[in-house]
Write a protein that binds this ligand. Structure first.
Ligand code: DGI
Ligand code: FE
Ligand code: FE
Length: 197
């Protein structure tokens, strides 16, 4: 297998340098999940005609900010003039939406499509692109996942990206409601938009 390498236009750091930085921000379990999502995203990109390097890089970095402290997030939301409503949520919601701030600053990644896919990877978005859907689905179906609906999503992802996305969204909403957790409005808006596509 040839080594994965990302072009300078997508990442000023080499992949080895990115992995090194990721080790500072993530425990081994989360780090390995990110590498598996990278591989899965590259396969899906090849299958559905999306730029393989953008998908791979977004997959690799999608959870980069997952373990940044709650305090650092709260500070950032308050000092950067982000929507204060965000303070009512937690790292589950922040790590994509707000997490790209750390990715831009610490890794120098600035490609808008890569950053958007990371922003959208937890909640989706009513206007999700194929790349956004690939990261959303790869996160859910990477080989070590064992979640309800994950087998059906893996099967759908063989041929129908939108169907796989909908399976994951349905699963997430069901989980949130079953556990009486607050649904982030965009998660619901994504469901409403995609179910009509
Ligand atoms: O970061 P991962 O664990 O790999 O996966 P993810 O980015 O899809 O995050 C999943 C977490 O985010 C999980 O704990 C559920 C939570 N989540 C997803 N959508 C919503 C949500 N939490 C709230 N409160 N509201 C949502 O709409
Ligand atoms: Fe995530
Ligand atoms: Fe993830």
């Amino acid at each position: 297998m040839t080594e994965i390498a990302y072009p300078q236009t997508l990442s000023p750091l080499s992949r080895a340098e990115i992995l090194e930085k990721m080790h500072h921000r993530l425990d081994d379990e989360r780090f390995n999940h990110c590498v598996r999502v990278e591989t899965t995203a590259r396969v899906l990109a090849g299958r559905f005609g999306v730029d393989i390097d953008r998908a791979g890089l977004a997959g690799l970095l999608h959870d980069y900010a997952k373990q940044i402290s709650v305090k650092d997030y709260q500070n950032l939301i308050q000092t950067q003039g982000l929507d204060p409503e965000l303070l009512n949520y937690g790292r589950g919601i922040w790590h994509g939406l707000v997490g790209v701030w750390f990715i831009q600053r610490e890794l120098g990644v600035s490609d808008p499509e890569v950053l958007q896919a990371i922003v959208r990877h937890t909640t989706g978005d009513p206007a999700m692109t194929a790349l956004d859907q690939i990261i959303f689905v790869a996160d859910f179906i990477e080989p070590a996942r064992d979640l309800p609906g994950e087998i059906a999503a893996r099967e759908a992802a063989e041929h129908d990206l939108l169907e796989a996305t909908l399976i994951e969204l349905t699963n997430t909403l069901t989980y949130l409601i079953d556990n009486r957790k607050v649904v982030y409005p965009k998660t619901l808006a994504t469901y409403n938009a995609l179910i009509k596509r």
